[in-house]
Design a protein around this ligand. Structure first.
Ligand code: URA
Ligand code: SF4
Length: 216
């Protein structure tokens, strides 16, 4: 299947998915959006109130901040793909539960395979944990890591920056470094090697330390 067709297929399946309990309370599932050939894939946590209303990712306050951050690096939302680790809103914006994350991860993996991005930027600890289950975001944010051939850059969630002034400068610094970080680490052979590898970390792989590519 062509990438854009696969993304449409994932979105269609997500819209009627009943794999986890989050389907009971959702108004609209939020599969994610962006071009199939996006170079950067941003992955957030899950839909909040506004996203659940509209069926679109990052349309509330955190989304506006994300747009501002993208603007700082001369990027537009329409150039990047934005998805979440869970596609349906956890009631009251509670944390997604392990069974919900596990149930939803196949959709995210299919999106990653279809888009085959140069870099994946995780926003917040739940999307970081999809790739790096043992990492601490305070220790690795803004660094380039290689997980099964994919370039992963973990960042604080934009909502965390809105709530905690001290994190805002870290988020902005991490964003400003993003273009250079991607340019220096995203090589074509790695992307090709990654094309068929599932990036979900499971218990068997947890002990493996990710290769650290840069330290600031
Ligand atoms: N926060 C997220 O993690 N994802 C969204 O889509 C919106 C807010
Ligand atoms: Fe399905 Fe994911 Fe929604 Fe759960 S959160 S119902 S697994 S689409």
């Amino acid at each position: 299947m062509k990438p854009d067709e696969e993304l449409k297929q994932v979105a269609q399946e997500v819209s009627v998915c009943t794999r986890c309990n989050l389907h009971y309370s959702r108004k609209n599932a939020v599969p994610g959006e962006g071009p199939a050939n996006a170079e950067i894939l941003f992955i957030g946590e899950g839909p909040g109130f506004h996203e659940n209303e509209q069926g679109r990712p990052f349309v509330g306050a955190a989304g506006k901040y994300l747009d501002d951050l993208l603007a700082k690096i001369n990027m537009k939302r329409s150039e990047v793909f934005i998805a979440n680790v869970v596609k349906c809103r956890p009631p009251g914006n509670r944390d997604p539960q392990p069974d919900e994350l596990a149930a939803c991860s196949e959709y995210l993996e299919r999106q990653i395979q279809a888009i085959n991005p140069r870099a994946i930027v995780t926003l917040g600890r739940f999307s970081m944990a999809h790739f790096l289950p043992n990492a601490k975001i305070s220790e690795i944010h803004g660094q380039a890591m290689r997980v099964k051939g994919r370039l992963i850059i973990a960042m604080y969630h934009p909502a965390a920056g809105l709530h905690q002034r001290s994190l805002m400068s870290a988020i902005e610094e991490d964003f400003m470094r993003l273009p250079e970080l991607i340019a220096s680490h995203a090589s074509q052979p790695d992307r090709q090697a990654a094309e068929s590898a599932d990036t979900t970390n499971n218990v068997r792989e947890e002990k493996k330390e990710p290769k650290q590519l840069s330290l600031f």
